[in-house]
Every structure is written in structure tokens, then in C-alpha cells.
Design a protein around this ligand. Structure first.
Ligand code: GCB
Length: 653
């Protein structure tokens, strides 16, 4: 049987290589790349993180800042400003509840000293890049509008060299206005409602409705920076990888802007800096003999192996960009998820970008702590619920071998009007931006286009057929899914996904308190979905709230004991079904996180197995024991038995 599987896998592998390379040219309407800014001999990076001047436009019509053109002068000249750290959400920084819950425009400003050479050297492009700002942003440099961007979780950038050269004696004043208002066509969608009953609400009182379960943190969430390139520069690189026997294959395409492509050189180096393949063509296939494949954490003793692809242009001024490259393949059968032709079982978590004080602001300390916790508990994967995470997080995943389901911000598509043309057009744009940013990460193995949309509504069929087809056109190499919680028989989008991802909260939102029903209901859930669609299934969310330190035996909802029994009841069903077609389990949630205030949330969502401060609840230890056991059972090291004792996969005790 094993040989049969191996032969089938080899056949699949060959076919996959042919298909993969035949459909390499992606259908992306964006006209430029979005390479992560990296220093190199030809590129400099200047971070603009730190304190910015900040002012919220709390005028009744929320528009005074534009009527008075705040961008034309220094922000401090328009009225009182406060210090605001960048990157960070502004909501939890002050003692002001009005700013915490603010809806509308907030203004950030900072004067930057630009190195003289960047100004005097006409051959230097100076690019201003914002890692992300939530939700809608407009950027001015010295009072001149340079760009705008819709969407809270993806980067945008603009070349500002000519502008700062106009008058080299004036400092470079960067103004960024950010508006967090969500409407039916934004992603995620929301709705503003003005309250007209004057016996209850004052004039102008309005509410922002949202259809998702996390605090709508806002502001400049990720690093802002200036970086340089030469005038003729490497604008984008796309790599697609595979392997045949022990040779790695890296199909690549380099696009150069600012000059005809001319001569370029591409060198692939291994971890020790040795060149393993090279080319002088802007596109082609690099062949790596005796390849070190990129393996997930706990699936190999040397996970996350990365090569470096050095791309150089040799047009009068030289440019150089280095891209980390992991060589691996991904495939899906009707019952399995294959990484490098080996079955991969997702034992991981759902996360949020969320923490005390900084909200959704980027923070290296938090990121490294979270990776340490993930590895401690033996998690091999996570889903970027419910929006794209910072690129630096994906880079960590690449390096540590943590597998990622990369989700776009399509969360809370519940109103039928959010299935209209304008919403769909924006959703397609967001997928363009997401795939453009994340396409080269080996850790990203699947795209998720939405979370729990109202997929039973009639327009969902066209919406998801279009969206999923578009995503596959953009990237034919990765499976596509969306996360569903609706009835298997009425789900309009399920026929188009490659993997069924189901969320369920038995004994929590349904039949509260009835833990004994979990086995029956979960078993039926799996049988129904698999019976109808014959596709592998990931339990993409399950869990229960637990207020840390709250105990009761027999268990009662919201105690740690109740959370534990929910988890263990799910686990026993997973253990039966993972031998058939269940290919993963992702706990909801890694850590407690903030939500809007409401009757079902006690200072946020408490389904974390860690607290918001990253301390373990009892459930974290249950998962830790399970995940290490799963790693040893399903990790499939492919090594001789003696090597199975290697450090990476041994029980830590
Ligand atoms: C879900 C959602 C997630 C919520 C979670 C819950 O189905 O996808 O965003 O936070 O349930 O705890 O209610």
C-alpha cells in the first residue's frame, strides 16, 4: 500500500511540475511589485518609527480637517497635538475613552531628515512605504498629496524623490490621515448608523456596526519607512518551487523597472553562502542538486531551510536584492494535504494581532514571544485569522517552518449588499495585493479568501466562484479555501474550494452546557461535509471561553475545566477522523483578545489558551501534550528510526 502511495505521489509530482510551470504567468492587474524593503549595497532603509504628532478630527461632521486643509501646514499649527507612537493602534494609548472608540479621521505627522545624498543624487529613487494603516489612508509630503490606500492590513508605497528635491532646504514633512470607518463595501464590511431618536441620542450621534468579533483597532499599525533604490531597479520577483527526485526546481521571474531589463544575474546560494545555481536571464528555472527542501517544524530535523536568491541588475548603476527562497511543494488530494509529497497534519492555532496597549501595532517582543510559545506547545501551523499579518511574521514562519493559511480581511460578509459588484471588485483587488505581497513565502501553503461569510445567500455562489477562480489565476500553485460555519447542504461556495475549513462551537453557542453532545454533533459535521464534497477537512476553529483562574467541577461554562473538556471531546473525534479525511485542527484561539463591548464578552474574547498577556491556561498544557504526541505520530520524518529520537521531535519531558 505504501509503495502504491509513493508511486501515485511520484506521478502526481511529475504532473504537478508540468502544470505548475505551464501556468506560471499570473493574472495580476497591479502594475508594480511590493518586495519587502531590504538593505543591500544598492539600497538603504530609514525607519520612521517612533513618536509622531497626532490629532483626531472630532468635529461633528468629522470633516473639518479637510475643510481647513490640515495637511497644508504643520499639524501643531491647526490645533492641539499629542504624542503618538508608530507603529501602534491609537485606541489604548491615552486615558480618553472617546479616542479609544473614535470613528473618523485621525492625523499623523512627522518631519524627517533625509540624507543629503538621497536628495543630491538624481539617480536615487526615494520610496515612502507604510507597512499598514487601518483603514483608509491619504498621504501628503510637504502638503502635496502623494498617494492614498484602501485597506487596513497590506502595505502601500510611493516614490517621493522628485518632491523632496523641489526645495532641498525645507524638511520633509510627512502627513498621513487615516480613517477607520467601515461600510458595506470595505473589507471587512461595516455599517454606520445615525441615531435619530432625540430623546435617547444627541444630534449627530452615530454607531459603527461591525460583523466581526475583534476590536476595530486603528492607526498606523506597521512600520513606516523610507528606502532607496537606483533609478533602474528590481521591482518584483516571483518564485515557484518544486522538486524531482533530489533536484530542487526554482522557477523565477524578475521584473525590472526604469530601464529595459538588460543584463541581470541571478544566483541562488545555500545557507553557507555557496552558490548552488545561477542564471543571467530575467526568467527561467534554477536547478539545485541535492536540494535541502523546506520542511515544516516537527516534520524534519532541519525545518525552515532557506536559500538566498541574489538578483543583480547590471544597467549603468547596479541594483541588488536578496530574496529568501524555500523549496517545497504543496498538493491536495481528496483526503490529504501534502507538503513535499508527504501528508501534513495541521496541529496549530488561530491568532490575532492583538495585545495590551499597542492593540494591533507591530511589536517584535510580542512576535518573538508568540513564536516561542508556538514552538513550546508543538504547534506546526496557524491561520492568519482574520486578515493578513505583518510580513515580518511570515518571514519568521519561513525561518522556523511554521505553516500558514494566509487569510484576507474578508471577515463578516453578512449583509447581502456586501455581495454586490463594488464589494466583489474591492475583494479581488485585496487578493491581488495579498498574493503580490505573500506569494514568495514558502510557509504560506493556502489562501483563505474569507471567514464565515453568509455563504448560504444566493449571491454567494457567483461571488465565491469569481473570487476563488481569480485567486487561483493569481497563484495556481496553492490551494484556496474560505472558512465556513454554515450548513453543509446550503453552502454556495463550497464546490469551489480545495479544502473544506469548518468552524464549530458545539456546547457553546449551541446546546450550551451540554458537553456530552460534542462527539455526536462533531462526528455528524465531518460525515456530512465529507459525504457531500469529498474534500479534505480542517477544523478551522473550535473552543470555549475560559476566564483564567475560574474553576468548577463538574465543569460550568467560562471555567478552565469547561474549556478543557470541550477541547478533549473534540480531540477524541479528531483522532478518529484524522485517519480518514480530517487534515487539521486549529484551536480558537491562541490568546485572549479584545473585542467590542457587549453582553457575551467580558473584557474581550476569552477563548485563548493563553491569556492576553501570554500566560498559559490549563488548556495550553492539554494542547502541548497533544501536539507533541501528534508531531511524533504524524510528523513523518522520513528518517531511519534511530533518527526519530532527534531533538526536534522528542517529547520535551
Ligand atoms: C467565530 C469567528 C471568530 C470569533 C469566534 C468566537 O466563529 O470566526 O472571529 O471570535 O467565532 O469566539 O465567537
Amino acid at each position: 500500500r505504501q509503495r502504491g502511495e509513493a508511486v501515485r505521489a511520484a506521478g502526481l509530482g511529475m504532473l504537478r511540475v508540468v502544470c505548475l510551470f505551464a501556468v506560471f504567468d499570473a493574472v495580476c492587474l497591479l502594475d508594480s511589485g511590493m518586495l519587502f524593503p531590504r538593505e543591500s549595497p544598492s539600497r538603504e532603509v530609514k525607519e520612521l518609527n517612533g513618536l509622531w504628532d497626532f490629532r483626531a478630527d472630532d468635529s461633528t461632521n468629522r470633516n473639518q480637517s479637510f475643510e481647513r486643509a490640515w495637511y497644508k501646514k504643520r499639524l501643531a499649527e491647526t490645533g492641539p497635538v499629542i504624542d503618538m507612537p508608530v507603529p501602534a493602534s491609537y485606541n489604548d494609548i491615552t486615558q480618553d475613552a472617546a479616542l479609544r472608540d473614535f470613528i473618523g479621521w485621525v492625523w499623523y505627522e512627522r518631519e524627517v531628515v533625509v540624507p543629503a545624498r538621497w536628495i543630491s543624487d538624481e539617480g536615487t529613487r526615494v520610496v515612502l512605504r507604510v507597512g499598514s494603516a487601518h483603514y483608509f489612508s491619504i498621504v501628503w509630503v510637504n502638503g502635496v498629496k502623494v498617494t492614498q490606500h484602501a485597506g487596513g492590513h497590506l502595505p502601500f508605497e510611493v516614490e517621493i524623490g522628485s518632491l523632496i528635491r523641489k526645495d532641498p532646504t525645507t524638511p520633509c514633512r510627512i502627513t498621513i490621515a487615516v480613517n477607520n470607518t467601515l461600510n458595506l463595501d470595505t473589507l471587512p464590511p461595516g455599517k454606520i448608523q445615525y441615531m435619530e431618536d432625540r430623546t435617547k441620542y444627541p444630534e449627530g450621534f452615530f454607531v459603527q456596526y461591525i460583523y466581526f468579533d475583534f476590536f476595530n483597532y486603528a492607526g498606523i499599525h506597521r512600520p513606516v519607512l523610507l528606502y532607496t533604490t537606483p533609478k533602474a531597479y528590481v521591482d518584483d520577483i516571483t518564485v515557484v518551487t518544486d522538486f524531482l527526485d533530489n533536484a530542487g526546481l526554482v522557477k523565477y521571474k524578475v521584473s525590472v523597472q526604469g530601464a529595459a531589463t538588460g543584463t541581470i544575474s541571478v544566483t541562488l546560494k545555500d545557507k553557507d553562502g555557496r552558490s548552488v545555481a545561477s542564471s543571467s536571464k530575467p526568467s527561467g528555472v534554477l536547478k539545485v542538486e541535492d536540494v535541502n527542501l523546506w520542511w515544516p517544524y516537527l516534520m524534519h530535523e532541519n525545518p525552515g531551510y532557506l536559500y538566498s536568491m541574489e538578483v543583480r541588475t547590471h544597467i549603468h548603476v547596479k541594483d541588488m536584492y536578496t530574496l529568501p527562497v524555500g523549496i517545497r511543494s504543496v498538493a491536495v488530494t481528496s483526503t490529504q494535504f501534502l507538503i513535499n509529497d508527504k501528508p501534513f497534519y495541521f496541529h496549530g492555532v488561530n491568532k490575532h494581532e492583538d495585545s495590551d496597549i499597542r492593540g494591533k501595532g507591530f511589536d517584535w517582543s510580542l512576535i518573538v514571544k508568540d513564536f516561542n510559545l508556538l514552538k513550546w506547545m508543538g504547534a506546526n501551523s496557524f491561520r492568519t485569522s482574520h486578515y493578513p499579518y505583518a510580513e515580518e511574521i511570515l518571514q519568521m514562519c519561513d525561518r522556523h517552518g511554521i505553516v500558514v493559511i494566509d487569510e484576507c480581511p474578508g471577515v463578516g460578509i453578512k449583509d447581502i449588499r456586501s455581495f454586490g459588484n463594488a464589494s466583489l471588485a474591492h475583494h479581488l483587488d485585496v487578493m491581488d495585493e495579498l498574493v503580490r505581497r505573500d506569494k514568495n513565502h514558502p510557509s504560506v501553503v493556502m489562501w483563505s479568501v474569507a471567514n464565515e461569510p453568509a455563504s448560504e445567500m444566493p449571491p454567494a455562489e457567483f461571488y465565491f466562484e469569481t473570487l476563488i477562480k481569480h485567486t487561483k489565476d493569481l497563484d495556481p500553485t496553492r490551494p484556496v479555501t474560505y472558512i465556513t460555519d454554515s450548513n453543509y447542504a446550503r453552502d454556495k461556495g463550497a464546490p469551489f474550494v480545495d479544502v473544506i475549513c469548518v468552524n464549530s462551537y458545539f456546547s457553546w453557542y449551541h446546546d450550551s452546557g451540554h458537553l456530552e453532545l460534542i462527539p455526536l454533533q462533531l462526528n455528524n459535521q465531518f460525515e456530512n461535509w465529507y459525504g457531500k464534497y469529498k474534500k479534505p477537512i480542517i477544523q478551522s476553529e473550535y473552543g470555549a471561553d475560559a476566564v483564567p483562574g475560574l474553576h468548577s467541577d463538574p465543569p460550568v461554562m467560562f471555567t478552565e475545566e469547561y474549556q478543557n473538556i470541550v477541547l478533549q471531546s473534540y480531540h477524541s473525534v479528531f483522532d478518529q477522523k484524522r485517519k480518514q479525511y480530517v487534515i487539521g485542527e486549529l484551536i480558537w484561539n491562541f490568546a485572549d483578545f479584545m473585542t467590542v463591548q457587549g453582553l457575551t464578552r467580558v473584557v474581550g474574547n476569552k477563548k485563548g489558551v493563553f491569556t492576553r498577556q501570554r500566560q498559559p491556561k490549563r488548556a495550553a498544557f492539554i494542547l502541548k501534550e497533544r501536539y507533541w504526541r501528534l508531531a511524533n505520530e504524524t510528523g513523518r520524518l522520513g528518517l531511519p528510526p534511530s533518527n526519530h529520537q532527534c531533538h526536534a521531535v522528542k517529547y520535551p519531558w
